[in-house]
Design a binder for this molecule. Structure first.
Ligand SMILES: [Ca+2]
Length: 349
């Protein structure tokens, strides 16, 4: 007798659900961590199918349901400048490669820096600049900067330990960066890497996920606007090498040397985490079926039920709306017991 099953289900939201768990075995065999009442109920009701628990994560990355993670100086507003400044607070510049020759007067340190956006009415103004300032990155191979727990900036030679955020198992992440190409007669095909990484045991920066933005001149020159480039890290498995490691963000010119020239404008580095909602510990409690909903703290869910899991969402019955203040909240179905019922938790806020 299969008494409980967790199934995979395609959600109605902007991304597919995850497999929550595989089918489990017969009740009455005793499983650690399952309330005794559940096993008693299961044995006492031979033939009862408790159906399936589904997680319909209608939450999508980048929606308001994601938790924002502050990135120190993510908008490049510091230090404040009235024109330009090659000092970047909180970000460590990539080291000068041996092949870069500073004898011509251009220093590696000058390939990145921040600037004050131009005033309203100036054709060079970037319309959707976040705050007052943004940065430039010259389209030279390996020019760029990064930030993690161990990184430094111009003001320090020792790690700042300011960006103290780790990849947490069960969560997914999205990095978003505003990028504008074309500065200084940049050539088509110039590329910029936007990356999330972690440091391995030897302190090497190991990529977890990355996007490469390739410049293509607009067919019709228009107002200057940043375009959001996103990098998504899928739900972190507990056994992933980056689970529990500090998050690192890197912006790097990956241009082919033959295309070198011009510069990128970059602004508004944003990082968000989404806690994967899961339904746990199903069982009968005082004769009523219930389970625990685990999610990101503060998330609000609607609990829905149906006799047929294939029914469209609009045909499911709403049982309750729960706000999970701590990230873990119990639910018990108080409605009359039925032979078979499917449940899903839909995040609504
Ligand atoms: Ca800014």
């Amino acid at each position: 007798m299969r008494t409980q099953a967790f199934e995979h289900h395609e959600g109605a939201g902007s991304r597919p659900d995850r497999v929550v768990d595989s089918t489990r075995e017969t009740a009455g065999r005793g499983r650690r961590g399952i309330p005794h009442a559940w096993w008693f109920a299961g044995c006492a009701r031979p033939g009862l199918r408790v159906g399936a628990l589904l997680v319909a994560a209608t939450v999508g990355l980048g929606t308001v349901r994601a938790a924002k993670i502050p990135v120190p100086n993510g908008s490049f507003e510091s230090p404040a400048t009235e024109f330009v400044d090659i000092r970047l607070d909180s970000w460590q510049k990539t080291p000068k490669p041996d092949w870069f020759d500073e004898s011509g007067g251009q220093l590696w340190d000058q390939l990145t820096g921040l600037y004050l956006n131009l005033p309203v009415g100036d054709p060079g103004r970037i319309e959707n600049c976040d705050g007052n300032q943004a940065v430039w990155i010259f389209a030279v191979p390996q020019a760029g900067f990064f930030q993690d727990y161990e990184s430094t900036d111009w003001s320090s030679t020792s790690p700042l330990h300011a960006f103290d955020v780790r990849y947490e198992a069960g969560k997914s992440y999205q990095l978003t960066v505003g990028v504008l190409g074309g500065g200084g007669n940049m050539q088509a095909g110039a590329s910029l890497l936007v990356e999330l990484y972690y440091r391995d045991g030897s302190s090497n920066q190991v990529s977890v996920a990355a996007s490469t933005f390739v410049y293509a001149p607009p067919p019709v020159p228009g107002a200057k606007r940043f375009v959001d480039v996103t990098v998504e890290v899928p739900t972190v498995p507990a056994g992933a090498p980056w689970a529990g490691q500090h998050i690192g963000i890197r912006l790097l010119s990956t241009i082919d040397p033959s295309l070198a020239g011009g510069f990128w404008d970059v602004d508004n580095v944003r990082l968000e985490a989404v806690g994967e909602p899961v339904l746990l510990a199903p069982g009968f409690f005082d004769g009523k079926f219930g389970f625990t909903l685990q999610s990101a703290p503060g998330a609000k869910f609607e609990i829905l039920a149906a006799s047929d899991a294939s029914l469209p969402l609009s045909n499911w019955t709403s049982l309750a709306t729960l706000t999970s203040a701590t990230g873990s909240i119990a639910f018990k179905d108080e409605s009359p017991t039925v032979d078979r019922r499917f449940y899903r938790a839909r995040q609504v806020e």
